[in-house]
Ligand binder design. Sequence first.
Ligand code: GRF
Length: 209
Amino acid sequence: MKNIVILISGRGSNMQAIVDANIAGACIAAVISNRPDAAGLAWAAERGIATAVVDHKAYASREDFDAALAQVIDGFQPQLVVLAGFMRILTAGFTRRYEGRMLNIHPSLLPAFPGLHTHARALEMGCKVAGCTVHFVTAELDHGPIVSQGVVSLLPGDTPDSVAARVLQLEHQLYPDAVRRFVADELNIIDGRVASPDQPPGSLMAPAP
Ligand code: GRF
């Protein structure tokens, strides 16, 4: 069994998709939020999953917050830490501590559009596709070895919200699948890239428009 700790800041729909996937060999050990009012906490608690809050506002610096967060995370002895809409910039020390065992999902086709407002920026640039990326977390924000990507076409009349809704559906398939592959030891990082010689299904998801 691999213990998984999921970090959220809000509604936690990706966390829900991962929990609902009932991944063989995975135990969702805890859901932790930096915001006491994160809606996903109640959802997890209702299902008997341990929850915790480490409120970033209670700490004077990023280093102090990350140290406190790491202490709570490590109490659950996770083999994998999953960032699921966790809206904090992490210190290099924190990312180093969980190197090779911390995943994130980002709503763009990285390396394009790291940071916020990804869909609005893709529309503004006249991109023809948008999407999401599951990647291992490194010190650089929204970088790190790419596990899988989902692509949607941008359609006439699209708004950031309509794109977000379509991409979110993909996220809910892509992220549980990436976690499943991590748990099955299928994700090897070689030379800073996730080795997938035979492109296993799930590395790319591109539904027809
Ligand atoms: C998702 O769009 C994810 O890609 C981004 O934040 C959002 C989180 O949504 N990192 P949810 O909390 O999982 O519903």
